[in-house]
Design a protein around this ligand. Sequence first.
Ligand code: LLP
Length: 445
Amino acid sequence: MTTVTVSEIASDSADELSVWPASTTRLPHGGLAVGGVPLTEIADRFDTPAYVLDEGEVRARCRTYRDAFPDAEVLYAAKAFLSRAMVHWVAEEGLGLDVCSAGELELAVTAGFPPDRILLHGNAKSPRDIETALRLGVGRIVIDSPSEIARLAAAVGPGGHQKVLVRVVPGISAGGHEKIRTGTDGQKFGLSLTDGSAQHAVTRLLGQPQLELVGLHCHIGSQITDVKPYLTAVRRVVGLMARIRDAHGVTLPELDMGGGHGIAYRPGEPALDLTALAGRLRAELVESCAGAGLPVPRLAVEPGRAIAGPAGVALYRVLAVKRTGDRVFVAVDGGMSDNPRPALYGVRYAPRLIGRRSTAASCTATVVGRHCEAGDILAADVELPGDVHPGDLLAVPVAGAYQLSMASGYNMVGRPPVVAVAHGAARLLVRRETLDDLRRRDIGD
Ligand code: LLP
């Protein structure tokens, strides 16, 4: 067991809060407040596990994007996390929305999001996805496979009109984990630039009068912390735009470079520098277009994680502490059903004890969930006070993206609530999933 001195824990440098929402403040006795609300108060009022979402942080991140990309369209990728409040914040901050199902689309539009500012993705769009998109008047649909062209054209009908983009695979490997790399050939998304399928799809689309091809789309992966792969991707996609102009005399006005902007989950981890990305992406785009004799298309980006992730904090109550051999297991009341990311991608988090100041030396512990799998690990090898015990509260920062949106019903534990904090007040956005909710769907006998 590794130990560090009490003074090291007590001195608790400001850096430790570097991945927390900017509104986070320290309270006496080891407490933390986010959005002006003590986290212990949230745990008492809403019970645990619970997800806290800092409205100010979400809005500030939307504004950072608008400022960094003043000439581009910024579309929030709803798959990271969506709720009606989130829809309002994103709309009010002037962003568009990227959705990938009828469910996300209906939620957004019924919450008042302008459909023409929404773009629909999906490598396998169901008839319901397409019907919903056309009924609600979605702005653009991104074509991901050849078979979808005729299907979409038929659904739009001879008198209809729908703007579309083609998703291009540029043959670039980038992203924080193999499972979230989408820029290479040999994975399920998009149409390859190298084998000619992207160009072939463009030719077919241009033969469909009711489908208006307005641009190309390219999402190379997720949790990318380096600008360079985006620049290579832009060069290659602009190359395709030039070939389309040469072959068909068509100049495409839009270029959507997707999302994937990486963030730090633990203090000291790298994050993508947005200002650098914005500046160098534009410079590369201008240069590549000049080289190809093309006008510069309108750029779009689709950040999800970088907007929602750092605005969320997960709160858990410790239920059991087990010391076995040289391991300390700290088991909490949530786990892989509310956060499958460590199990899926080996992601590491930095949980922290809150609500009491410990004078004990720290220990290296593994924070595990309550689910019936040995792989249900939330955070391996983290430093926690050696006297951590049942009843303690743990908070995990950077919990706003791809945790609740990927939550499951495993072990019938029920999904946690989402509590928004802003200006010193907490309000419930999404209530806890109850046993009653689970039972209600079970209608057979
Ligand atoms: N645009 C498209 C077409 C996408 O497929 C995605 C993410 C995004 C934008 C937003 O990417 P972001 O900026 O959030 O990285 N569950 C994984 C991430 C999967 C990302 C899927 N697509 C995780 O928890 O890391």
